[in-house]
Design a protein around this ligand. Sequence first.
Ligand code: B12
Length: 199
Amino acid sequence: MSRRLFSVLAVGGAALMLVPAALAVGVHVRVEGKTRTIFGSTEPTLTVKANALDALDSASLAGEFYYHVANSGFGPYVDQIGRYVAGGSSGWVFKVNGVSPPVGADRVTLGDGDRVLWYWATFGPTGGPPTLTLRRSTRRDCYRVIAQDDNGKSTPGRGARLHVDRRSVLARTGSVCVGRHRGLVTATLKGAVRSNAVR
Ligand code: B12
């Protein structure tokens, strides 16, 4: 084989090998069920092929949980995650970076660092429930709860409860210090989807 042909093949081969890695993205994924977190309370980064449906698939692989996709007029529809099947006005919905996309999950292409949340929700006349995000504040042992609506509009999670080490602390204003603790901190608020967990 000539040296030139060899180098062309080598470069071509390297490019081919790069294709799958270049297409995949690193995405934070969490799945919140009806009564408990199904996957990724701390929003781990997973390698995801391309879109929000692929993100669920990667989580299912990492967490060994079941999900089912049905075909509908609008395209692929996730009608079950874990134990619960969608029905009536309840079922499985997703957000990307806090916003609920108005299209199916296979249509939402993800980028590195995106945050995908799949969750069980009951929709009413005003849309779905707010989702909670918990952030550490700059002060030691203090946290901030953010509630986001379907459009990603953020408001303080007033009245949320923070749970840590088998105790719970009320965040009247949405922000609170929980004192020294060992475990992860999470937040809940009536009518909202539980938060991520933070150290
Ligand atoms: C009820 C409803 C829901 C319920 C479904 C509960 C159930 N029983 O399964 C819940 C709240 C779970 C839901 C979820 C979502 N929905 Co919806 N939903 C509707 C609504 C209001 C009525 C559908 C219906 O009952 N039709 C009557 C029955 C007889 O017909 P059907 O074909 O059997 O209906 C089924 C499918 O529509 C399916 N379905 C519901 N939503 C969606 C969304 C997509 C993308 C797909 C592929 C299928 C699907 O569930 C229905 C019941 O089984 C429609 C609006 C409308 N007026 O059509 C929006 C609508 C279909 N939903 C929409 C969207 C965007 C979503 C979500 C992608 C939102 C999100 N960001 O998560 C998710 C789906 C994610 C997933 N799981 O894959 C859009 C679809 C737009 C598009 N061009 O893709 C619509 C048109 C609303 C809108 N105008 O934006 N939805």
